[in-house]
Ligand binder design. Structure first.
Ligand SMILES: Nc1ncnc2c1ncn2[C@@H]1O[C@H](COP(=O)(O)OP(=O)(O)OP(=O)(O)O)[C@@H](O)[C@H]1O
Length: 404
């Protein structure tokens, strides 16, 4: 899925006399008008100045953070909870609104917070039958090195491929928690560690790609000697901005950063090109190894993941070139097809572990008993004359039946 978001025009753009050249036509269509061409030139009819693009969904300045979240990301949660991988990434020029969409601001939180809230609400709603283990890591790729944003003191980390071709980051901090607020705290702290610098185009420009990875392991509460564990992974990525050195007046360090950012985005673009032409007659080699970013995104782009790209542009005429290239890039990405499969892990227990399974079962029975008692008490409080014994009898029967 490819979505496009046009942010509102800002004061600086209005002050420099920019006009609005990018418009949303309907829920999927966007039109961009080339401001450099002479509108009075009758020989070049309007058609040549306008370029139309169609995406799965398009947003403009009227869209709320929730509109964007609901249309792009909310639907991925159920899949992640049942063992599928999903990736959401924000792409676009510097200052076009990527961090706003992903992290948001306190009064208008973005996709990270909304996703985590819904993820934990869904887990709570189904936790009677299933046990979930959620862990999270947050990293940045800056100048082609990986840093742990939850533990920046750990230095540079390595990407490794496991026996099944899965990508792992050696030594990354994995935080286990089932509390969205706790995660948000960690995230805000992590984000402060992110390499940010003011550029001419954006006062708090993110100079790195930030990757939030959430892993959800799901297994049945009912222990068995053969247990199936489903592992769903969700990547949420705030890419560094694409930029032109001339636009941001970058020199020295900024220039070098720009080169690295552009290298990984170029590698990403090459992968997108090669993947979008897969299936056509030409054989294309997809070179994921060209950058850390594409190695990390290997599964998300061409493999086993539901992937959503949210491309961002400014509506201003001064951003026309960046917007045009972003639209072309995003248009290419529409052709990528991924094939998703559920990640299953089968755990067979040894006889020696049966005592621990029995202990777990006892704990589960105690938990259910306590829950039934609590429900019974609540009903009594409400003055309902429910026959608790009947409820308990029926529930125990149900538990017994489940363990048969
Ligand atoms: N949809 C929006 N509504 C209101 N304000 C927005 C919106 N999108 C972006 N902004 C504002 O525009 C500014 C730049 O946005 P943001 O920092 O998200 O850009 P970015 O694409 O992440 O840039 P960079 O790549 O340089 O980090 C911020 O002040 C942000 O709050």
């Amino acid at each position: 899925m490819v979505a496009l978001r046009i942010r509102p025009i800002n004061d600086a753009e209005i002050e420099e006399g920019a006009s609005i050249v990018a418009h949303k036509v309907d829920d999927q269509m966007v039109v961009i008008l080339d401001p450099s061409e002479d509108p009075d030139d009758i020989l070049r009819a309007n058609r040549s100045r306008e370029k139309t693009f169609v995406f799965d969904v398009a947003f403009d300045h009227t869209a709320t953070q929730d509109d964007v979240y609901v249309a792009t990301t909310k639907n991925l949660i159920e899949g992640v909870l049942s063992g599928y991988n999903a990736t959401v990434f924000a792409y676009g020029p510097t200052g076009a609104g990527k961090t706003y969409t992903m992290l948001g601001i306190d009064s208008e939180p973005g996709i990270y917070v909304r996703t985590l809230n819904d993820l934990f609400n869904s887990i709570e709603a189904s936790s009677d039958h299933m046990a979930y283990d959620v862990s999270m890591s947050y990293l940045e790729i800056y100048n082609e090195v990986i840093r742990d944003l939850l533990n920046p003191a750990s230095g540079f980390l390595d990407l490794r491929e496991d026996a099944k071709g899965g990508i792992q980051i050696a030594g990354i901090t994995e935080v286990s928690t089932n509390n969205a607020e706790e995660i948000m705290e960690l995230l805000t702290k992590g984000n402060r560690e992110r390499t940010q610098e003011p550029t001419a185009a954006n006062k708090t420009s993110s100079r790195s790609h930030a990757v939030l990875q959430v892993t959800v392991k799901q297994k049945s509460r009912i222990k068995n000697i053969n247990e199936e564990v489903r592992i769903g992974r969700l990547f949420m990525i705030d890419l560094a901005g694409t930029e032109r050195a001339s636009q941001t007046q970058n020199r020295g360090k900024r220039m070098k950063e720009g080169a690295h950012i552009n290298r990984s985005l170029l590698a990403l673009g090459n992968c997108i090109n090669a993947l979008s032409e897969k299936g056509s007659n030409r054989v294309h080699y997809v070179n994921y190894r060209d950058s850390k970013l594409t190695r990390l995104l290997k599964d998300s782009l061409g493999g086993n993941s539901r992937t959503v790209m949210i491309a961002h542009i400014s509506p201003a005429s001064s951003y026309f070139e960046e917007s045009r290239t972003t639209l072309i890039y995003a248009d290419r990405a529409k052709n990528i097809k991924t094939r998703v499969k559920r990640n299953l892990l089968n755990v067979s227990y040894h006889i020696a572990q049966y005592t621990s399974i029995i202990a777990d079962l006892r704990k589960e029975i105690e938990r259910l008993k306590a829950k039934i008692d609590e429900q019974g008490q609540n009903q009594m409080k409400k003055g309902e004359k429910a026959n608790i014994r009947d409820i308990q009898g029926a529930s125990y029967e149900f538990v017994f039946f489940k363990y048969m």
